[in-house]
Design a protein around this ligand. Structure first.
Ligand code: NAD
Length: 372
């Protein structure tokens, strides 16, 4: 079996879908690994570190050599056209945002697995790129907040007097939020956090932060939050505004699957914030939790800085690539036998859950509905 890893082509993408440690795991299974020259360049992994892999000079050559292709981000429709018929593609695919690519997958009879479609069950945790990359984003959000803020995070007792610690508020306590809390705590800030799922209280407190408790509870399917009604949203915004007025740094990470990011911070709340307060809106990719967020930009409203970073995991490319490649490897192990033959078990809920197309036929239910 031949597995190829190309250079990522999406704008601003610095990760690569392979890591030197994963190459040796693959070769032990009898898989031949092909890597496009320079694929690790932006992740600061030189070709010389891809020991055990065969380097090829361009994407066309890689496609000609590969039975399976691993990527971080979905290929373009033109890139799919360059793949051999029947290739197996394993990548983040987000097909609902890219119908042209999906059509190319159908035309080229590609079997594709979307890493973002893997069910969030315990057995799949080691394959879960949403979690591994969200943890990186949460960490980085706290660092960004500390960097932009005009105040220290920790309490400092100095000859020039005692400096009070910053207050960081985290809204949305999923994987990213928990890592943001832990990182802000390590940097010495006083941290408070809020989520609509009541079970997060215990998790927040176990990290040494204080849980903000409002009256709303909005538990949805599969351990996720549900969308709030207009009344609940209004109530939430009003109650949170009093807490947010005290924050030096506000980190927002709230998401509802399949919906735009919920708007939790209206303009009036921003206007009630402290001088020099900072908002890091990790939900910028889905439109932002703050009404004023401009995805991909840093803006100022009065003296409040609102930062809406995109593709944050890519800013920690070495570890993000390592974790992504390990997730890919753990998933791919479900598809191959001990001698490295491709033998997918479609009875396995993880395999079938991630399957987007099989020999070009769209298999994923949500995507089939989208096409009809
Ligand atoms: P996510 O990225 O979908 O959302 C981030 C957080 O935003 C969630 O905690 C959600 O409750 C919160 N949120 C949504 N709307 C909100 C609102 N209006 N106000 C405040 N907060 C709001 O979530 P995620 O990080 O992907 O994880 C969600 C859950 O799934 C967590 O319980 C997590 O532990 C669980 N999970 C399980 C597995 C697994 O078992 N394999 C893997 C990952 C996550």
């Amino acid at each position: 079996l031949k597995l190829g890893v190309p250079r990522e082509t999406a704008k601003g993408e610095r990760r690569v879908a392979i890591d030197p440690t994963v190459i040796s795991k693959l070769t032990k299974l009898g898989v031949e690994v092909y890597v496009e020259q320079g694929a690790g360049e932006s992740a600061l992994i030189p070709d010389s570190q891809f020991k055990g892999a065969i380097l090829v000079s361009n994407f066309e050559e890689l496609c000609a050599s590969s039975d399976i292709i691993w990527r971080v981000q979905a290929p373009t429709s033109d890139e799919v056209k360059m793949m051999r018929e029947g290739t197996v593609l394993i990548s983040n695919l987000m097909a609902h945002n890219n119908i042209a690519m999906l059509k190319s997958l159908q035309d080229k009879k590609i079997t594709s697995y979307g890493m973002e479609l893997i069910p969030r069950i315990s057995r799949a945790q080691s394959m879960d790129v949403l979690s591994s990359q969200a943890a990186i984003a949460g960490y980085k959000a706290a660092i960004m907040g500390a960097d932009i803020a005009p105040r220290f995070f920790p309490m400092l007792t100095t000859a020039a007097g005692t400096i009070r610690p910053s207050k960081v508020i985290v809204i949305g306590v999923g994987v990213a939020g928990l890592q943001a809390i832990a990182t802000a705590k390590r940097l010495g800030a006083v941290v408070e956090a809020y989520d609509v799922r009541p079970e997060t209280k215990e998790q927040i407190e176990s990290l040494g932060a204080k849980a903000i408790e409002l009256k709303i509870s909005a538990v949805g399917k599969g351990g996720y939050a549900r969308e709030l009604s207009a009344e609940e949203r209004e109530q939430q915004q009003q109650e949170l505004a009093t807490y947010i007025a005290q924050a030096d740094v506000l980190i927002t990470t709230a998401q509802v699957p399949g919906k735009p990011a919920p708007k939790i911070i209206p303009q009036s709340t921003v206007e009630g914030m402290k001088e020099g307060a900072v908002i890091i809106d990790l939900a910028a990719e889905g439109g932002g939790n703050c009404a004023l967020t401009k995805p991909g930009e840093t803006i100022k409203h009065g003296s409040v800085v609102i930062h809406g970073p995109l593709d944050v995991a890519s800013q920690v490319p070495i570890h993000a690539s390592e974790m992504f490649a390990k997730n890919l490897f753990n998933f791919t192990q479900l598809l191959i036998d001990e001698s490295g033959n491709y033998v997918p078990n479609y009875e396995d809920e993880i395999v079938i859950g991630a399957l987007l197309t099989k020999d070009g036929e769209v298999m994923h239910e949500g995507t089939v509905e989208l096409l009809n």
